[in-house]
Each structure stands twice: as structure tokens, then as C-alpha cells.
Design a protein around this ligand. Structure first.
Ligand code: ATP
Ligand code: MG
Ligand code: FE
Length: 332
């Protein structure tokens, strides 16, 4: 089968060709427009998707040497995500499906983040646990098969990517701040500062408490020294990153113990974080886990993962109707 996959759930417009389960390419147009607003502006995202989707699809088809007549299915991100953004990819996919008379496949964005692990080797074996960490989600998922996943724990408020971005914003860094915090943290002392955090019972997370703790700490220090943030940026970044990573990994370790599964994967935009990668690898050696970390381009939003997931849905006969509507809060 030759699947054209489209991703448009947030601020990346992406297209990919997947042939018989092999991802041939992964064309991504990142929307720059949001950085000056300090966050994704839904209306601008929809408009930017409309502008980018034609060229992005064309490039994916051209570089994979695929013609319209070669396509056997069209896959799109059905949810979760921004309604207006999802509508653009969905409408594009439906028109192509209708025009070419080929099946439509609606893909769950978060499941796709997890199945990104099957694009390249080494691939995890079932069952494994996946810590899914992105701008909108923080979940510990037990994966028993390609399409058989169970959420064991998740955030009850902010996502960890959101916490990275909000703390970055408090330090005056532009959006998205996560990658900048990562970069500055490399030059700082992670034990320089400690902030108040709230913890949740079981395998659930809460990240709004630590964000408030960080904000209160900054406000208190700024009263004493107006230049505090400027003078301690690296240490602040390293310290907040240490808090966030420790929170993530302590629950992950609990989940591993509870499930008796020792293969552990990470997925989603925050899995690009170098501190998280390093600490996860250290923990793996210590605890005897086998760890899987996707290539950088498959960590953040991309259509390669949508194509990969669509391939398994195709094999399972899971296709969508032309009436399928975008689901901003699509259930897992
Ligand atoms: P979702 O997948 O939940 O719908 P999303 O698509 O916005 O949300 P992704 O694109 O997967 O999320 O990830 C974006 C998030 O990852 C942002 O919050 C960004 O700051 C964060 N991020 C990316 N790189 C890093 C990094 N190196 N360190 C920390 N955070 C990072
Ligand atoms: Mg994004
Ligand atoms: Fe995502």
C-alpha cells in the first residue's frame, strides 16, 4: 500500500509517504508566526496550514516519486488538537480520498507519537511502557500491541511541555521556550535552586504547582535584585529542568515496578530534551531497563508517525468515513 499521511493538529504542517509500512520521507513546515505572540494562536495556525498544506503534500509526493494514481489511502490526524487546524488537514485528506476514490484513515495523534518508535530500528517489543511528553499531553501508556494501548497515568492539569514553555516565558524567553531551557540548562548548575512542587497520588502528574512555585520564587528574588533572572538564567533553567525531569522519571519508575515491564520508551516533543534523554539512559543502566528514544525529527509533530500508524490501522481494516469529523479532544 502507498499511504499519503497528513499532520495538522497544532503548529506544524507535515506530509509523508508510507509504502508497505516504510516511511519514505517526512516533510515538515513549522509555523514561525506564533513566536511573537508567546504561544500558538489557533486562528493563525489554521491560516498557515491552509497556505502550507499544498506545497508540503506536493513535496512529499515528489521526493518519494509517487503519483496521485499510485496512492492507495489517505491518512490524516483526526485528533486531539486545535479544531481549526485539524479541519484543514481533514478537509484536504477527504477531498483527495473522494477525488481518487481511495480509503480515508483517521489517526489519533498521541497514539501516533508512540508508534513513531516503529519508523526506525531499534523497535521496542510488546509489551512496553511509553512516557508520552508533549506540549499538550503527559501520559504513561502501556502498549500491548500496535493498536492496543492503555493510559496508566496522566497529568491532571498542565502538560510538561507547557510547564517548560510557561517557565521559559517567566524568564522572558520566546515561544516555544522548551528547547531554549534545554540549551541554557547545559551551562547551569541543576542544584542551584529548589522550587515548591505539588505531587499527585499514583501514576498521575501535576505540573501547574511547580510552575507557580517557580513564579513565586522568581518574584521573591526579583524584589531583592531586579536583575536576578538575567544573572542566573543558566542555573534557573538547569534547576527547573531538573525538577521537571525528576517528576517525570519518578512516576515512570513506579509504573515499571507496577507493571513488571522493563522496556521503556519516550515520545512527544519533550523527548527531544537532552537532560531527559541522559537521565533516562542513566536510570536504565541502574535499573536494567531497555530504553527507546526516537530520532529527533520523529519526536515533535510529524506526518511520518501518522503514516506509520495508518499502516497498522490499514492492516486492521480501520478506515474512516467521509463524514468523519475532527475531534479536538479525541479519546485515547
Ligand atoms: P500534543 O502532541 O500534545 O498535541 P504538541 O503537538 O504541541 O502537543 P509537540 O509538538 O509534540 O507537542 O511538542 C512541543 C513541545 O515540546 C513544546 O512544549 C516544546 O517546548 C517542547 N520541547 C521541544 N523540544 C524540547 C526540548 N529540547 N526540551 C524541552 N521541551 C522541548
Ligand atoms: Mg508542535
Ligand atoms: Fe504532538
Amino acid at each position: 500500500n502507498v499511504i499519503l499521511a497528513i499532520e495538522s493538529s497544532c503548529d506544524e504542517t507535515s506530509a509523508s509517504i508510507c509504502i508497505d509500512g516504510k516511511v519514505m520521507n517526512n516533510v515538515i513546515a513549522t509555523q514561525e508566526i506564533h513566536s511573537k505572540y508567546g504561544g500558538v494562536v489557533p486562528e493563525l495556525a489554521s491560516r498557515a496550514h491552509q497556505q502550507a498544506i499544498g506545497p508540503v503534500v506536493k513535496e512529499a509526493m515528489a521526493t518519494a516519486h509517487v503519483e496521485m494514481s499510485d496512492l492507495t489511502a489517505i491518512a490524516f490526524t483526526q485528533g486531539p488538537g486545535l479544531l481549526g487546524a485539524l479541519l484543514v488537514g481533514g478537509a484536504f485528506a477527504k477531498s483527495m480520498s473522494l477525488a481518487l476514490g481511495i480509503p480515508l484513515i483517521g489517526v489519533h495523534h498521541m497514539k501516533a507519537h508512540i508508534l513513531a518508535h516503529f519508523i526506525e530500528k531499534p523497535k521496542p517489543k510488546f509489551p512496553f511502557l511509553c512516557l508520552t511528553v508533549s506540549g499538550g499531553h503527559t501520559q504513561i501508556v502501556r502498549v500491548d500491541d500496535y493498536l492496543d494501548m492503555t493510559v496508566l497515568g496522566q497529568t491532571t492539569d498542565d502538560a510538561v511541555g507547557e510547564a517548560f514553555d510557561k517557565c521559559a516565558k517567566l524568564m522572558g524567553l520566546p515561544y516555544p521556550g522548551g528547547p531554549l531551557v534545554d540549551k541554557l540548562a547545559k551551562e547551569g548548575n541543576e542544584n542551584a535552586f529548589t522550587f515548591n512542587e505539588t505531587s499527585m497520588p499514583g501514576l498521575d502528574y501535576s505540573f501547574s504547582g511547580i510552575k507557580t512555585g517557580f513564579m513565586n520564587f522568581l518574584n521573591k528574588e526579583k524584589m531583592k535584585n531586579a536583575n536576578f533572572v538575567e544573572e542566573h538564567k543558566q542555573d534557573l533553567c538547569a534547576s527547573i529542568q531538573r525538577h521537571l525531569i525528576d517528576m517525570l522519571l519518578s512516576k515512570l519508575a513506579m509504573a515499571v515496578k507496577q507493571e513488571g515491564v522493563s522496556q521503556v520508551a519516550i515520545a512527544g516533543g519533550v523527548s527531544a530534551n537532552s537532560g531527559l534523554r541522559t537521565k533516562l539512559e542513566q536510570l536504565a543502566v541502574e535499573k536494567g531497563w531497555e530504553v527507546f528514544i526516537p530520532q529527533f525529527q520523529y519526536c515533535t509533530d510529524n506526518a511520518g508517525m501518522i503514516g506509520m500508524t495508518a499502516h497498522y490501522q490499514w492492516l486492521a481494516g480501520d478506515t474512516a468515513q467521509l463524514t468523519a469529523s475532527p475531534m479536538p479532544r479525541m479519546k485515547f
